[in-house]
Write a new protein. Sequence first.
Length: 119
Amino acid sequence: MTDQIVLRGIEVFARHGVFAEERERGQRFLVDVVAALDLSAASASDDLADTLDYGALVQAVHDRVATERWDLIERVAERVADLVLEDARVSAVEVTVHKPEAPIPVAVADVAVVIRRSR
């Protein structure tokens, strides 16, 4: 069994999108991250150094999504996965990028892409 750190609903204003209007005006994105790693050392030591600092990770995810520009949310998700996997303790990651204001002509509650990457 693999332990997980779960981050849901990281809200980011960014300028990703295929259409020029999306890149110009920007929109809200929500990012979920599930990082798989062994948390036994942290649970035994009660030391932040033995785990993934989720406060720092939330900030890093936010900054990456806010500052980079891509057409597809698939690419946004991949860049977030790359970031999470920079920590060698993470064995796998699942990233969901939600685009709740996607410019499509039919009302929809959410549009999202989910990717899973592992070592």
